[in-house]
Design a protein around this ligand. Sequence first.
Ligand code: TTP
Ligand code: MG
Length: 218
Amino acid sequence: MNCANSRPFTVLVEGNIGSGKTTFLEHFRQFEDITLLTEPVEEWRNLKGWNLLDLMYSDPAKWAMTFQAYVSLTMLEMHRRPTSTPVKLMERSIFSAKYCFVEQMKRLGTLHPAQFAVLDEWFKFINTEIPVEADLIVYLKTTPSIVYDRIKKRARSEEQCVPLSYIEELHKLHEDWLINRTHADCPAPVLVLDADLDLSQITEEYKKSEHQILRKAV
Ligand code: TTP
Ligand code: MG
């Protein structure tokens, strides 16, 4: 049961690959009474020893469906995970998995229309039958060429083959969802931050969101 009084103020942190979602969450580690749910990507890299992220990038036509099915499950688990703190910050959500990545894979033809239809039905079922609540979305807005350089620099081995065009299309899908609102469904108000700034300046930008995020914690 979800009791309105006990539900934490839930913040979804969104933005392109390499936009600094994990860094943003780490910024909030200094505060008490916040649950940080970071890096589902580590689960995707090791499911019973299998690296699903690597399989997906190595042979997308074969593995995209499996990968996105597992992403949806791990996201749902994070959305539903009970927390004892009044504030909960999550890296990504079931929504960006669907509106950005699954959409991208459908457009590229990596997901067969029949596979897309199955994921779509799962998403609709979850969205209507299972409470997935959010109070705020922090959108770490970036320029594709900047995050592309960051991805190259951080050198997560699975991502080395990702072309700039993939990042550009993902950027458009984030913009369509969070700024242009092309889907009827945006689960919470959106706070946009400039995430192009480099590490020396980004703390000041992150601080702009503290008031909105922490007000429920004090
Ligand atoms: P992100 O979820 O964007 O996480 P990140 O850690 O790269 O972001 P940040 O630097 O801002 O902290 O992506 C992780 C990897 O998973 C990336 O290679 C894209 C991939 N991915 C999918 O292919 N499908 C999905 O549905 C999601 C959510 C990610
Ligand atoms: Mg991350």
